[in-house]
Design a protein. Structure first.
Length: 347
């Protein structure tokens, strides 16, 4: 059986193993799993591991014997054992609990990861039960999933903003011409909100509350009714040590996120500066594509357009672009076979 013939098996999987969320695409079925990349482990062994949405609900609400962790940080594995365990649970869930399943996997990874980090991810997937593991750079997968014509001799620019990394790339003829990966993304925006609430309002909040603030009133560019967009936030007051509620406005949250947003914009500008003239001309004509969960931040497309002078679009399904891209490679491997950036065989 040839390399690409093997992808015809329905159990083969495309995976977006993200810092914030893990998505799984099964050939012929589409996206079958979308869960937070979170795992809860009972150190006493009395409770089986809990993964995904159920584990996320336990963040900050567990007794001392239960550890809730996100095994990926900045787009790479921070805790190998828990990442392997989480991935194994997701694979078994997709295959309805069957353990004697050895799927082939295509996994999207940040373009800036090191060789050691690539090997760690392939090893984790192999230990979790994968027979063959193929790696594809996330910006390439995101561009394919967003429907950009990456196989044509046309310049395509993608900005994929996830939980741990922002990937900026210019693609043409199934290859990456220029790219940059910065470990600043959704998590960094949340951290800035947490720091701001502590510094300005003396209020201690958690990651989930910061994420909620970002989604509800966070923005990257001013709007006409900014001052009217407010939100009540509950947390622990640092001075009194008691729970307290404060009211915050959209402009102050935007200001709190300005530093990481400027890092992302600088990465976009540096990438454009290094782009060959002919491809840069294509990008001016076609625009820039935003993908990833960060693309949903209100006004981000306007900010990118304002800073670069190039019209910026948001992908139709920004959260799903990477996993849809891996799925397209699963189902059209001969046409898109040049995009793999790593491979591990175990059988």
């Amino acid at each position: 059986m040839g390399l690409f013939d093997r992808f015809s098996l329905s159990k083969d999987m495309g995976i977006d193993l993200g810092t914030a969320n893990t998505l799984v695409y099964v050939s012929g079925k589409g996206i079958v799993l979308q869960e937070p990349s979170v795992i809860a482990v009972d150190q006493t062994g009395k409770m089986p591991p809990v993964v995904g949405e159920d584990a996320k609900k336990m963040l900050g609400r567990t007794p001392g014997n239960v550890i809730v962790t996100r095994p990926l940080r900045d787009g790479v594995i921070a805790d190998f054992d828990t990442a392997e365990l989480m991935l194994k649970h997701f694979i078994q869930r997709v295959h309805e609990g069957r353990t004697l399943v050895s799927p082939r996997m295509i996994i999207g990874i940040p373009s800036g990861v090191t060789g050691v980090e690539r090997r760690a991810l392939m090893d984790a997937a192999s230990q979790a039960g994968a027979r063959d593991v193929y790696l594809i750079d996330e910006p390439v997968a995101a561009a394919i999933g967003a429907g950009l014509p990456v196989a044509e001799p046309i310049g395509n620019m993608i900005i994929d903003i996830g939980g741990g990394t922002t990937e900026v790339a210019v693609l043409s003829l199934q290859g990456t011409v220029v790219s940059e990966s910065v470990r600043v993304a959704g998590d960094e925006l949340n951290e800035c909100i947490i720091h701001y609430m502590k510094k300005v309002h003396n209020l201690v909040i958690g990651e989930r509350t910061a994420e909620d603030i970002k989604i509800r009133i966070g923005s990257a560019y001013p709007t006409r009714n900014d001052d009217e967009n407010t939100m009540e936030v509950r947390g622990l007051h640092m001075l009194s040590g008691l729970p307290r509620t404060v009211t915050i406005k959209a402009p102050e949250i935007r200001e709190s996120m300005s530093e990481p947003l400027s890092v992302i914009i600088d990465a976009v500008k540096r990438t454009l500066e290094r782009t060959p003239p002919e491809l840069a001309s294509d990008i001016v004509d076609r625009g820039i594509m935003l993908a990833g969960g960060g693309a949903l931040l209100k006004g981000l497309d306007t900010l990118v357009s304002h800073e670069t002078g190039i019209v910026t679009h948001i992908a139709a399904e920004p959260l799903n672009c990477v996993v849809l891209g891996t799925g397209r490679v699963l189902e059209s491997p001969k046409q898109l076979g040049l995009v793999f950036s790593g491979r591990s065989r175990n059988g």
